[in-house]
Design a protein around this ligand. Structure first.
Ligand code: ATP
Ligand code: MG
Length: 373
């Protein structure tokens, strides 16, 4: 069986140890410190937080994914639904949950994969799309926090910026949260500029309201042996140079390393040693699998934006308005590059880092390099 997993949060035995990060997060839970947890996509934010909570002796948690919520009502429902799962984990029977929270009109279903109960609630009558109604939802969490140390994980928190009345909603949330001394809030997000908008803009309600934790790549000295062990479970060896090539291609992004390893696993056999020459074949397979979705992304861009994107892929993003960059990308004006870069950042294809503009997905970049654009 392929031992590599990507695209899902990893906890327990599969979790490659990150003692420093876990200890920092644990410290924030113990001192009741709200914190914002940032890091690029697929770096391991959700996994690290869930693993910290799983191994914490006392804290209970509520996990809410803010992604895809369309309005106040769907956010309120998601929080209540997570709250009911927490009640169930605390040992409350389904009958008691249904009776005790009848005002939420809960319905129960069994998750087809885990077999665990999941809940849906109907809060429309309660919230009526009023941003202030979120206060009542958060009050429920505050009461719970008085009974046991509680961490509320709001994953993909930046997605709330797209909700109607986002500003009023955030102001209400901030107001309620700052009065809660028994609940710790973890806000997770990967879109750097949006998370900065929320937590680093003086005119925003959440300005400097939380400690900051950055999730960086796992050190190679730790992650390479972990990956090597996984290959060994299928009697595959891997040369040091091949492993370095895998990490380079994946830009050390935790999930991307596993995605590439997973592909390599699929076309190699027991007894084989993975060599440097094996890695490009793995990349090709990823490019083939992602070709259609990548092409659709390109179709939505203007020719100028495509030129800048290809330029970034070829020469890197340290100085995109330099003469060298303009020449390589075939764009006449630095101002056109700046405009294109802003649009590409808004679309989530690139982001600004201390090392310049970078691609959100290293394999999207390497795919671009194989295209005649
Ligand atoms: N500690 C870890 N040990 C092993 N693999 C990990 C670890 N953390 C993350 N991964 C790998 O990275 C992938 C993405 O992890 P996770 O979903 O936690 O990242 P994320 O930063 O929350 O991503 P996103 O920005 O997409 O929400 C996992 O599926 C797994 O392949
Ligand atoms: Mg995540």
């Amino acid at each position: 069986m392929n031992p590599f997993h990507h695209g899902v949060a990893i906890t327990g035995q599969e979790f490659c140890p990150r003692p420093e990060l876990v200890s920092t997060l644990r410290g924030h839970i113990d001192s009741n410190q709200n914190c914002v947890i940032r890091g690029v996509r697929r770096i391991g934010k959700t996994s690290a937080v869930l693993e910290t909570l799983r191994t914490h002796k006392k804290a209970k948690y509520i996990y809410v994914n803010c992604w895809g919520k369309l309005d106040v009502d769907s956010l309120a429902s998601a929080i209540y639904e997570a709250f009911l799962i927490h009640q169930q984990r605390q040992g409350l029977s389904i009958e008691k949950i249904i009776r005790g929270f009848a005002h939420l009109r809960p319905k129960v279903a069994l998750d087809p994969y885990s077999g665990e109960p999941t809940f849906t609630v109907d809060t429309r009558a309660d919230t009526a799309q009023d941003p202030r109604s979120i206060e009542r939802v958060l009050d429920t969490l505050a009461h719970e926090g008085e009974k046991c140390p509680l961490v509320v994980v709001l994953d993909e928190f930046q997605a709330l910026l797209t909700l109607p009345q986002a500003e009023a909603l955030m102001a209400t949330m901030r107001g309620a949260i700052q009065l809660q001394s028994h609940v710790t809030y973890f806000y997770l997000g990967s879109t750097r500029n949006l998370m900065d908008q929320i937590f680093n803009s003086p005119d925003r309600p959440f300005y400097k309201s939380a400690a900051s934790v950055n999730v960086e790549p796992i050190e190679r000295s730790v992650y390479i042996p972990y990956i090597k062990d996984k290959f060994a479970t299928g009697k595959r060896g891997a040369s040091s140079a091949a492993l370095a090539a895998i990490f380079d291609a994946a830009c050390d992004i935790t999930g991307d390393v596993q995605q590439l390893c997973s592909e390599i696993w699929n076309f190699t056999n027991q007894g084989e040693t993975i060599k440097t020459e094996t890695v490009p074949h793995g990349l090709e397979r990823i490019h083939r699998a992602e070709h259609e979705s990548n092409s659709r992304i390109i179709e939505l861009l203007t020719p100028g934006q495509v030129r800048v994107l290809v330029g970034l892929a070829r020469v890197g993003g340290t100085s995109p308005t330099s003469k060298e960059f303009l020449k390589a990308s075939g764009v006449a004006q630095p101002s056109s590059v700046t405009r294109a870069i802003n649009r590409l950042s808004d679309r989530g294809l690139i982001y600004n880092s201390p090392e310049g503009y970078r691609f959100f997905s290293p394999f999207f970049r390497t795919w671009l390099l194989t295209q005649e654009l």
